[in-house]
Design a protein around this ligand. Structure first.
Ligand SMILES: *Cc1c(COP(=O)(O)O)cnc(C)c1O
Length: 418
């Protein structure tokens, strides 16, 4: 079966072969993978998916590779939890959290896109992989390149969190820290990609890379007994993830794996970098680039490549795109940790804060199913939350010292309240 027909321009629909290209040479629109859905329909089934590997590769029939996967064999298939504590606070009986903070290999949703991108890059014969990254992508490309024995260059803004910089260096790729923001890094990488025959996973390999995000939608529906949820809340950086979650729901619908999809797709940004939320609110169909200034560095893209499409998807699905302050982001991180035990990075704080804002606006009905995507791990963005978490009690190694500290604390009072 040849499931991939090739690439097609999202705007003018001109067809291209499935190579390492990403822009239409006629209208400059983005290229997308075109599938042979009739062929896919004849081989895919719920049973076949259920018998597949416990990774995103159980959906291999809907991913843009020709042979067998060769990178990220354990990516995806992350836990989904019924968040009863948080749900009680927000007035939601069916709140679910998709926990990509424990994705494999590098604790963010980017392991999904990199699994697909690197498998495809190898199929296309590349021996060097690269990326422009806000942090998590660089971590994932570095790890998977190391595992695959590929040469690797990652380009990052120089002011990233320490955990994200170290999370590259440990794999020994070539780490290029650029004195500028992500949009500067991305512009530079487009030039570098023109000079060197490398697989830039989010530039010339982007049509394949972005498809990996669809697996978050597939896993959601499979978990919900083959149903799409009523609402999802998705963090937005370039906007790719949000558009691909929408695509994933509708692919399952058109393949007959789920019934009619009415999922409202809501987007989440930080106020300090909210060009997509602003375009949505002002009912514009173009993005006005901004200069990012937020603690949610993984989402800090001022000129998002898929921003226009993200606005369109939110609108068409009946969803909203909201933004929240950095203070609300920190509160969102704390709320998620303290109610559900998940230590997410700043992007997770953005998602939870927007979820809360939408719940307070009455966007969800109590019995509707709502899924929030928690896309990165809090251990990588410790700087953002360190000033808010307090400090441990410092005591001498004696019972008396402990009891003195206990007396000074609120813990005894709580003990009495029990
Ligand atoms: C990259 C990233 C996203 C979203 O990325 P898109 O560019 O919108 O696809 C969300 N959360 C985290 C933690 C990320 O690293």
């Amino acid at each position: 079966m040849n499931k991939m027909k090739g690439l097609v321009c999202k705007e003018c629909k001109k067809a291209y072969p499935a190579e390492a290209i990403h822009v239409c040479e006629f209208c400059f629109g983005p290229l997308e993978v075109a599938y042979n859905y009739d062929a896919i329909r004849s081989v895919i089934s719920k049973e076949k998916i259920q018998q597949g590997p416990k990774s995103l590769w159980r959906y291999k029939d809907l991913l843009p590779i020709e042979g067998e996967p060769t990178a990220g064999l354990n990516a995806g298939f992350t836990p989904m939890i019924h968040a009863k504590n948080l749900g009680r606070i927000l007035g939601l009986d069916r709140l679910y959290l998709k926990n990509d903070t424990v994705n494999c290999l590098t604790l963010s949703f980017k392991d999904r896109v990199v699994a697909v991108a690197l498998t495809r890059a190898k199929e296309l014969g590349f021996d060097t992989v690269a990326c422009a990254s806000t942090g998590n992508l660089a971590n994932s490309v570095s790890a998977h390149a190391a595992e695959s024995g590929l040469r690797c260059f990652v380009f990052i803004p120089s002011d990233l969190e320490a955990g994200k910089i170290l999370g590259n260096l440990v794999y020994k790729p070539n780490v290029v820290a650029v004195e500028g923001n992500y949009d500067d890094v991305n512009r530079l990488c487009s030039e570098v990609a023109g000079e060197y025959p490398w697989a830039f996973v989010n530039i010339n390999i982007r049509p394949y890379y972005s498809e990996g995000s669809k697996t978050l939608a597939y896993e959601t529906m499979e978990y919900l007994d083959w149903q799409a949820p009523d609402h999802v809340v998705v963090p937005i950086a370039s906007g790719s993830l949000l558009t691909k979650i929408y695509k994933g729901f509708h692919e399952f619908e058109s393949l007959g794996l789920v019934g009619p999809v009415v999922t409202k797709i809501h987007g989440a940004q930080a106020e300090g970098c909210s060009p997509v939320a602003e375009a949505f609110k002002e009912k514009r169909d173009f993005i006005k680039p901004v200069k990012p200034k937020t603690i949610a560095k993984s989402l800090a893209i001022g000129n998002p490549a898929d921003g226009f499409y993200a606005v369109k998807v939110a609108r068409e699905s009946g969803g909203l795109i909201e933004s929240v302050s950095d203070e609300a982001v920190v509160q969102g991180m704390m709320l998620l940790a303290q109610k559900e035990g998940i230590f997410a990075e700043t992007a997770g704080g953005v998602t939870i804060a927007v979820l809360k804002k939408l719940a307070e606006q009455g966007v969800f009905k109590r019995d509707e199913s709502v899924v929030a995507y928690i896309t990165g791990n809090g251990l990588k963005t410790q700087e953002a939350i360190a000033p808010s978490v307090g400090a441990p009690w410092l005591i001498q190694p004696s019972l008396m010292s402990f009891q003195e500290a206990l007396k000074k604390s609120d813990a005894l009072k709580e003990e009495g309240d029990r």
